[in-house]
Design a protein around this ligand. Structure first.
Ligand SMILES: [Mn+2]
Length: 466
């Protein structure tokens, strides 16, 4: 940490201002690499948004109706009781995490962002026979504090559910007519530990006369294959994240703190219209590059460090997850590049295995075999494959580690990450390269190509060293 704290901070302020300007400028090199990013053409007029911001988008009612129809089809006969997320208290819950975010399954089926809501869906012969949305009645005195809430009519317009009622009547309705009198075959509720603490749900489950089943695996199966709206939102989240990666590459330099690089990244997220981060940003330099989920971002980066930036913007409830590993000085050392090229080769091998019919295990195996074959001598006593200590990837969607079983064949419409890494603790060399891919009929589409990942392209964007 050469240079002392105060000079470092002063220098960093200047750098950050520069970074902000960089963040506002279009990135020609990266746009050229991307075939799918949809980035605006450089105007030559100076300042333009790297990615123009757009506010949140929610699915249209007909998209939501189609999802509910698929749920009913999957269930056959039964009643789904699905609670939305509870309102958070600024005093009782963590204030830094107090903005309301709807529960993913609830949003997936209703598009309604209101707290303390319920969805009741009755399925019969594989079709939705009845749908009721319960939301709290509007309260003008409360809205002074929380802002305008949707009326029943508005919630109906958003969701396409005609029957909207007061949440206050949920218990009597659900317990009465629906569950006891209607001869229900099965009740589907979320049975994860979080919702198990929901008192209403508990009593409904125990008071009911029908068999209780977990709705979450059913919904996870539906969410595993993304519809067109979801793919569009993922593209956008990934596009914003790519712009942030490029801005960070241009801004990074020795003496800068990790949190300053994180600020450049998250500044670009919000500027691009992202509501929040999809997960805590990982910006780990030098010794922190080998800590897989390092999220403190407190270290001053030094010349010669690698910095791992594992980040993802959340846009309209969909999260990106893209990792780039860059040399803080702008140029990889020979040794860093040796390791980087191995990880890149493993990633390419993994990507080649992404195609319908294969599983994520095949992708993992392909990446690992590449390292076994090519990394026998480069990582010391052990094969480099032994330093690839995590799985090759995961589903991506509304959850950054999205729902869905892993041992299933890949199908068009699934979205996953491919992210091999090598972590050499003794050398303080951690390299992870993570991309987001959409499974297509013939293989995959690289969604995150707007962030350079080939070392020459990274060095070119960073200015080739300082
Ligand atoms: Mn990931």
């Amino acid at each position: 940490m050469a240079g002392g704290v105060l000079p470092g901070v002063a220098a960093a302020r200047v750098i950050l201002l520069g970074a902000a300007l960089v963040a506002l400028a279009p990135a020609r090199a990266a746009a050229q690499e991307s075939q799918t990013s949809g980035l605006p053409e450089e105007t030559g007029a100076g300042v333009a948004l790297a990615v123009p911001g757009e506010p949140i988008q929610l699915p249209a009612p007909n998209v939501l109706e189609a999802r509910r129809a698929r749920l009913a089809e999957a269930i056959g006969d039964g009643v789904v009781l699905l609670p939305g997320a509870a309102a958070k208290s600024i005093e009782g819950d963590y204030p830094q995490d107090s903005d309301f975010r709807q529960e993913n399954n609830f949003l997936y089926l209703t598009g309604v962002e209101t707290a303390d809501a319920w969805l009741v869906l009755v399925a019969s012969d594989g079709r939705p026979q009845g749908e009721i949305l319960f939301i709290p009645e509007r309260d003008p005195a409360q809205e002074m504090w929380t802002g305008r809430k949707p009326s029943f009519g508005e919630a109906s317009g958003i969701s396409g559910i005609r029957d909207v009622r007061a949440a206050e009547t949920f218990r009597e309705t659900a317990l009465g007519a629906l569950l006891k009198d209607a001869g229900v075959a099965a009740i589907y509720v979320p049975l994860n530990p979080k919702t198990r603490q929901n008192a209403d749900l508990l009593s409904l489950v125990f008071d009911g006369h029908a068999e209780v089943r977990d709705v979450e695996p059913v919904l996870a199966g539906l969410r595993l294959v993304k519809d067109d709206f979801e793919i569009a939102m993922l593209r956008r989240a990934i596009e914003i994240t790519g712009a942030a990666q490029r801005a960070a590459m241009k801004a990074a330099r020795p003496g800068m703190y990790e949190y300053e690089l994180e600020a450049v990244i998250e500044f670009n997220f919000r500027l691009g219209g992202a509501e929040r981060v999809g997960f805590p940003s990982i910006v780990g330099s030098g010794p922190n590059s080998v800590v897989l989920h390092y999220d403190k971002s407190r270290r001053a980066m030094e010349a010669g460090d690698l910095v791992v930036m594992d980040i993802g913007a959340e846009y309209s409830y969909y999260s990106a997850d893209v990792t780039r590993t860059i040399p803080v000085s702008g140029r990889f050392t020979k040794r860093q590049r040796e390791i980087y090229d191995l990880v890149l080769g493993a990633q390419e091998a993994g990507l080649k295995a992404v195609k319908p019919g294969n599983t994520l295990l095949d992708v993992d195996r392909a990446a690992r075999s590449y390292l076994k074959e090519h990394g026998a001598a480069a990582c010391g006593a052990k094969n480099c494959a032994e330093h690839f200590v995590h799985g090759v990837g995961h589903w991506l969607g509304m959850d950054v580690h999205d729902v869905g079983e892993y041992a299933v064949p890949l199908e068009p419409g699934m979205v996953l990450t491919v992210e091999p890494g090598i972590y050499l603790i003794d050398e303080e060399i951690g390299v992870r390269i993570e991309d987001d891919v959409l499974v297509t009929e013939s293989g995959y589409e690289l969604l995150s190509g707007a962030s350079p990942r080939h070392p020459d392209q990274i060095e070119a964007l960073m200015g080739g060293g300082s």
